[in-house]
Design a protein around this ligand. Structure first.
Ligand code: SF4
Length: 312
């Protein structure tokens, strides 16, 4: 893969950049965590087991999906099947025509509003939904104790134990996408937040949380100059190769004093969704403009994009 070494932020500028992202991300998280998780109104927050199971289904289905549509889908599934969806998902499997009705109602005739599968070589949206739902149903049915208790135990032993538990489970492994699924990182952060800040069951240091680092987060780091070595696609110059940059960003954030990875990650994602668009980013109104080299006028930095060709 081609790569370039670009001008980077100074040490002081980098600290300022991360602090601003963290502040934006923390604010967003505290106001929106419930909506991000798509928790149904009639699923009580004190029902720890149900919430934990719901979030597992939510993250499995979220992979490669349109996030807003996946939120709608999991809420619609819960509205249709209520607690049975979470308590006895194999019984829900036995009513699968009703599940399909919900899937197509939310996702359109072929489910393509939920999963856009154009680049996936003939795989259907329904196929993506089926194997993820099956992984959830089989995993829940095989539990010999409450999932909530397992999560609490794992978390007591450290964030990495919880992360590895979900990532490496032999059944869930069939439902995750890739070897280091972003969805597992998202699930781990959500559970840390609930078990620590909301339910106060486990004392977790938020500095141990994980970066999710999707392509949009990568893009903000590259445009800002926080990433100096940028790897990009050979066929489509200036589209960054997110997976080759992710670990560098995670190491960078982990090494910054008092940085909280999940808030920094959320902050960068918020910037990407509201100002740092693929084409025509709104630098003039971006709240981190002074901490970003592209925002300060560097076209060399501004050219990077996550998914769409963004020729200068
Ligand atoms: S200043 Fe511009 S390039 Fe930098 S993060 Fe904001 S929108 Fe993106």
């Amino acid at each position: 893969m081609p790569r370039v070494i670009q001008k980077g932020l100074s040490d002081d500028e980098l600290v300022q950049f991360l602090q601003r992202l963290q502040s934006i991300g923390q604010d967003f998280w505290q106001r929106n965590w419930r909506e991000s998780m798509a928790l149904p109104e009639d699923l009580p927050l004190h029902d720890h087991e149900a919430i934990t199971r719901f979030l597992l289904l939510r993250t499995l289905l979220n992979q490669q999906g349109d996030t807003n549509k996946v939120r709608e889908l999991v809420r619609a599934l819960f509205a249709a099947f209520k607690r049975q969806l979470l308590d006895e998902p194999l019984k829900v499997v036995s009513q699968f025509y009703e599940v399909l009705a919900v899937f197509y109602r939310v996702g359109g005739e072929k489910g393509a509003k939920i999963y856009r599968v154009g680049a996936l070589g003939g795989i259907k949206p329904l196929s993506l939904f089926l194997y993820r739902f099956a992984a959830f149903a089989f995993f829940i049915s095989g539990l010999d104790r409450l999932l909530y208790e397992i999560v609490e135990d794992k978390l007591q032993q450290g964030v990495h134990n919880l992360w590895a538990f979900f990532r490496d489970d032999p059944i869930l492994n069939g439902g995750w996408v890739g070897n280091d699924p972003k969805a597992v990182r998202m699930l781990t952060n959500w559970l840390i937040w609930l078990f620590g800040a909301i339910w106060r069951k486990v004392d977790v240091n938020l500095e141990d949380t994980l970066m999710v680092v999707d392509g949009h987060v990568d893009k903000v780091f590259c445009r800002a100059g926080a990433v100096k070595t940028v790897v990009y696609e050979p066929q489509r110059p200036f589209i960054i190769v997110a997976k080759d940059i992710r670990s560098g960003i995670e190491t960078l954030v982990k090494g910054a004093p008092q940085a909280i990875p999940m808030f920094v990650d959320e902050g960068a994602f918020t910037i990407a969704m509201n100002w740092c668009f693929e084409t025509q980013p709104n630098c003039a109104e971006c709240p981190i403009r002074t901490a970003c080299l592209a925002g300060r006028g560097s076209d060399e930095h501004l050219r990077w994009s996550a998914y769409r060709q963004n020729l200068p």
